[in-house]
Design a protein around this ligand. Structure first.
Ligand SMILES: Cc1cc2nc3c(=O)[nH]c(=O)nc-3n(C[C@H](O)[C@H](O)[C@H](O)COP(=O)(O)O)c2cc1C
Length: 342
């Protein structure tokens, strides 16, 4: 029994854009902690998914949010970004003037907290820091445990001081967005097995290891270093319950998956993905990519056109450094395999 009342100390990492409620249900039913990522969901869609989760299982589940501060749109930077993308628009016959602006990822809000109160999930987790103290206190008052990602010892200490019940120590191997929030210096980011024992020493709350864990040996190793649980993302991306696109699945299954990098070209914030054309030609870190999450808007039509032709040249092919745990088996079976003999 783990500290959040699941059979296994395994959290299926919330992965916005590549999963919905089906993956969370499958993992929670099999004794892990399934997660519903809400960064790209409207409040209404979130309520519908939470109702589906509650109807499907009595087991605990996690609901996840981003807590970034929405940027003030910068017209000059947007124009510079569209200029950088102009050759690709021409290649694909896209009219740049027709692309509507607008952020695709919204931060946690009081309105989202109102919906959570209807469901009182066992766990609520955050990426990029924590929401305002009043909201944290409110969620804890109805019994939710609050988790948040730390990428450094300083961030772990900050999260503990601001009300986190457990810290997700996210090593630099991890797929998807870095949870980094106290600094923008990517030189500060240790790997999972350097970070976990240091965070365990620095805080008094349980520590969850994330990044590069792909089988039960990795789970055991993280726990030997003091982790109370693990959070695993990449390994679930080929499960039938994930909504991972065809081009993303193909990349994860290919040798290309061994070549990942931190890049900001897809959203404006550093995230780990498999190297593809747009990363090679404009990144991996671009000075002109608009602030998170605005960079995604201008790329969206390119991504759609390329994917329609079977190309992942403009898609975020998020993956951690260890994709060897990806298996095309139901998520419940994968969870059992990750917990085998624990
Ligand atoms: C495709 C993908 C999407 C992700 N999206 C989110 C997200 O929405 N919220 C979040 O807190 N973490 C997100 N992450 C990061 C995970 O929480 C976790 O840190 C990471 O998956 C662990 O490393 P691993 O991928 O090597 O297992 C994402 C990771 C991946 C691979």
């Amino acid at each position: 029994m783990s500290f959040f009342d699941t059979r296994w100390p395994i959290i299926q990492a919330p992965m916005a854009g590549v999963q919905g409620v089906a993956l969370a249900i499958a993992v929670s039913k099999s004794g892990g902690l399934g997660s519903l990522p809400c960064a790209m969901l409207s409040v209404e869609a979130m309520r519908k998914d939470l109702a589906a989760l509650r109807a499907a299982t009595d087991s605990p589940y996690n609901v996840n949010f981003f807590v970034h501060t929405p940027p003030v749109p910068d017209a000059r930077r947007e124009e510079a970004w569209r200029t950088a993308l102009a050759p690709y628009y021409r290649e694909y016959g896209i009219d740049a003037a027709s692309i509507a602006a607008g952020p695709g990822r919204a931060p946690f809000s009081a309105e989202a907290a109102d919906v959570l109160e209807e469901f009182k999930p066992a766990v609520v987790s955050f990426h990029f820091g924590l929401p305002a103290e009043t909201l944290v206190t409110r969620m804890r008052s109805w019994g939710s445990k609050i988790l948040a990602s730390a990428t450094t010892v300083d961030e772990a200490r900050w999260l503990e001081a601001h009300g986190a019940d457990a810290i997700i120590a996210q090593g630099v191997e991890a797929g998807g967005h870095r949870g980094i929030f106290l600094s923008s210096d990517l030189g500060t980011q240790p790997g999972t097995f350097a970070l976990v024992p240091q965070v365990v020493r620095a805080v008094n709350v349980p520590v969850i290891a994330a990044g590069g864990i792909a089988d039960v040996r990795g789970v055991r190793a993280a726990m030997a270093l003091g982790a109370a649980a693990v959070q695993i993302g990449t390994s679930y991306l080929l499960c039938p319950e994930a909504t991972t696109s065809a081009v993303h699945r193909a990349a994860l299954k290919s040798d290309q998956a061994r070549n990942t990098v931190l890049t900001n070209v897809f959203t404006g914030r550093p995230a780990r993905g498999i190297v593809n054309r747009v990363i090679r030609e404009l990144g991996p870190m671009s000075d002109v990519a608009p602030a998170f999450p605005l960079a995604a808007t201008a790329l969206a039509p390119l991504r759609a056109k390329a994917e329609a032709k079977g190309s992942g040249d403009f898609s975020p092919l998020w993956s951690g450094q260890n994709a060897t745990g990806c298996r095309e088996i139901p998520a419940g079976e994968l969870t059992q395999a990750l917990a085998e003999g624990l």
